[in-house]
Write a protein that binds this ligand. Structure first.
Ligand code: PNS
Length: 163
């Protein structure tokens, strides 16, 4: 049986922290599906199509990785994909409470599903999509925080700078 893991998120935009996690996860599963949530409470900067495009571009050389999107409850998507494992990254204690609640809620909704937490890479633990957007919006340098392709897309949104 294939070991499939779903890595859900907003990915608005994908950062080097996400990529570090995807690369490491791909070594332990036959397939990692990076799933962009369409139903998020957050108001995204990038459209769903833009976020998928960036993810596809920056993961194209990682074997066993697929990019997809989903609407509705995560547990329903996980069931449709025949998966039982969801991956989430933990950067710091501040992430924990939200992740803990979400993992329990998802487990309540789909008992067979487990959330596997991975600690974020040592070089990337301080990176978040929100902070990257803030820095780019104010024309700060986002090199080393996101892949070059994403940096260009941020520069297109926010104008000059972001290099
Ligand atoms: O990158 P994010 O924004 O932290 O990801 C959060 C996400 C998309 C994983 C979460 O909001 C989610 O699973 N949304 C889908 C709707 C859902 O199932 N909500 C109930 C979660 S307990």
């Amino acid at each position: 049986m294939k070991r499939i893991a779903i890595y859900p998120g907003s990915f608005d935009p994908v950062t080097n922290g996400h990529i570090n996690l995807i690369k490491r996860a791909a070594r332990h599963f036959d397939k990692v599906i990076v799933a962009v949530a369409k139903d998020s409470q957050k108001k995204p900067l990038f459209t769903i199509e833009e976020r998928i495009d960036m993810l596809k571009e920056v993961t194209k050389d990682i074997e066993g990785v697929e990019v997809d999107s989903f609407e509705g409850l995560l547990v329903d998507y996980v069931k449709r994909k025949g998966a039982k494992v969801v991956l989430r990254g933990l950067r710091a204690v501040s992430d924990f409470e939200y992740e803990f609640q979400m993992a329990h809620m998802n487990h309540k909704l789909f008992e067979e599903m487990e959330t596997f937490f991975m600690v974020t890479g040592a070089e990337e633990f301080f990176i978040s999509s929100n902070l990257v957007k803030e820095v780019a919006r104010l024309h700060g340098c986002v090199k080393g925080l996101v892949p070059e392709y994403v940096r260009q897309k941020l520069a297109e949104k926010f104008g000059k700078g972001s290099e």
